[in-house]
Design a protein around this ligand. Structure first.
Ligand SMILES: Cc1cc2nc3c(=O)[nH]c(=O)nc-3n(C[C@H](O)[C@H](O)[C@H](O)COP(=O)(O)O)c2cc1C
Length: 452
């Protein structure tokens, strides 16, 4: 059997098998009401799940109300949040092959802001939706931002409990995995970074002490999450600025997290201060993949690369060359929500199997991946591009009329038979309509890399 491209090989994480190595990166939608996801979230996540990624993750979700970035962010701190998330998970899981995870987060000193389209600045204290933020030290994110309250012991205990409770709710809501947000300058990253953490107690003062609180949270979440389901985290491999966390420090943190049972790490960067960004000219496609590679090589942790990955061939190379075990895309999926289909097509993976059955007939009828569809929709056959002219040709006949053809055991052989032709166009159309039901199980197994 020909091996599928690396991107389309399954990946086992504890008891969960991702059908491929494409993940939709978490993306805040700023569209929740009191933390509760809305119809928009269903549409957003459902649409992305329909196009064949192996993993879809819900956006950074506050473990307590004051942990949300904005009042419009999702939360997992109330029965209403849990109930609606259970609904979202059930629907999204029913759409495609993707497993569904959630990013548990606390924004710390970067909380209580306006949505990006309203400026993204801290809400004025006079705004009735604003709240007092909390952080490791009373150091503001930027000079014109409010200083957070430096978390005391009672705050730390409450925060740990909030992460545990949110993980328990995520489990009841049916999520396949949880991912703890330790990146982008949010609370747990604030504890890791000397730029935000200048405590003098056991949660600051030295590199190891700064790791202490994030590791306590990760250990607590691990305890609240079943052994056979994966737990991951997102980290910043670098703050990009003098005095911030360095890749070597983060290697130590990732190794410590691995030792307490964290199963994978998504490697990102930036966001701890407004100046924390890659150097000029550093934002090239896949710019964070070398950071992921370092974490993977030096810790042996399952690693996900993210950051300006849009070309399927580059994504394939990142996995094939061992820079990461899987890739995540955010803007790539917003721009092209069917990215996984098109990547399969570009890399020669069994693309049809990635389609929900409802869409497969169209694909097979046109005989090419659907991103060719815009080239033919609304056009008359003589206006089709040359590559698609063959669609006009009448279907050749090779199966004799009146005889029921043998149904081959392998769906690919069956497809090929119908590609070559059948007794009549009507028979072919009937086949295309029945195909999803004839071969659904085999297609799904083929997509998951097993023998069809
Ligand atoms: C609209 C949007 C919302 C985002 N929200 C989150 C989030 O909730 N959590 C997170 O860790 N990263 C978030 N990110 C960052 C992405 O997950 C990703 O790491 C980043 O955009 C780089 O990947 P890309 O080049 O494929 O977009 C967001 C990015 C975008 C574009």
């Amino acid at each position: 059997m020909i091996e599928p491209p690396h991107l389309f090989r399954p990946l086992a994480l504890r008891g969960l098998t991702l059908p491929n190595r494409i993940a939709v990166s978490p993306m805040c939608q700023y569209s929740a009401v009191d933390g509760v996801p809305q119809d928009w979230h269903l549409r957003h996540l459902g649409s992305l799940a329909a196009s064949g990624p192996g993993l879809v993750r819900v956006e950074a979700t506050g473990v307590e109300p004051i942990g949300r970035i904005t009042p419009l962010c999702t939360g997992l701190y109330s029965d209403a949040c849990e109930r609606e998330f259970a609904h979202v998970v059930r629907i999204v899981k029913g759409i495609g092959v993707a497993k569904v995870g959630i990013q548990l987060a606390h924004a710390g000193r970067k909380a209580s802001t306006a949505a990006p389209w309203a400026g993204g600045k801290p809400l004025p204290t006079t705004d009735r939706q604003a709240w007092r933020t909390v952080g490791p030290s009373a150091i503001p994110f930027a000079p014109d931002w409010p200083a957070p309250k430096a978390a005391d012991h009672a705050d730390l205990a409450r925060l740990r409990q909030a992460f545990v409770k949110a993980a328990e709710r995520a489990l009841r809501a049916g999520f396949d995995l949880v991912e703890v947000h330790c990146a982008h300058g949010y609370l747990l990253h604030q504890f890791l970074s000397p730029l935000a953490n200048q405590r003098a107690d056991e949660h600051g003062d030295s590199r190891d002490n700064r790791m202490c609180f994030p590791l306590e949270v990760l250990r607590d979440v691990r305890g609240a999450w079943p052994h056979d389901r994966p737990r991951g985290m997102r980290v910043n491999a670098t703050d990009w600025i003098e005095g911030g966390v360095s890749p070597d420090e983060v290697v130590r943190f990732v190794a410590a997290a691995k030792a307490i049972g964290v199963d994978y790490v998504c490697v990102s960067s930036g966001g701890v201060t407004p100046r924390s960004a890659p150097p000029t000219g550093g934002l090239v496609p896949g710019y964070q993949a070398p950071l992921a590679e370092k974490e993977r090589r030096e810790t042996g942790m399952v690693t996900r690369a993210v950051g300006l990955i849009v070309d399927p061939h580059q994504a394939e190379a990142i996995v094939a060359n061992g820079q990461a075990d899987l890739v995540a895309l955010a803007r790539g999926f917003l721009d092209d929500p069917r990215w996984a289909w098109h990547a399969a097509d570009a890399l020669g993976a069994p693309v049809a199997a990635a389609y929900p059955p409802q869409y497969r007939q169209r694909y097979l009828r046109i005989g090419r991946a659907p991103h060719f569809v815009p080239q033919v929709v609304g056009k008359r056959p003589h206006e089709f591009p040359n590559s698609l002219r063959r669609l006009q040709r009448p279907v050749a006949t090779s199966v004799r009329c009146g005889r029921t053809p043998r149904r081959p055991a392998d769906p690919r052989e069956h497809d090929a038979l119908h590609e070559r032709g059948s007794a009549s166009p009507a028979r072919r159309v009937r086949y295309l309509h029945r195909r999803p039901f004839l071969h659904a199980d085999r297609d799904r197994r083929a997509l998951q890399g097993a023998a069809p």
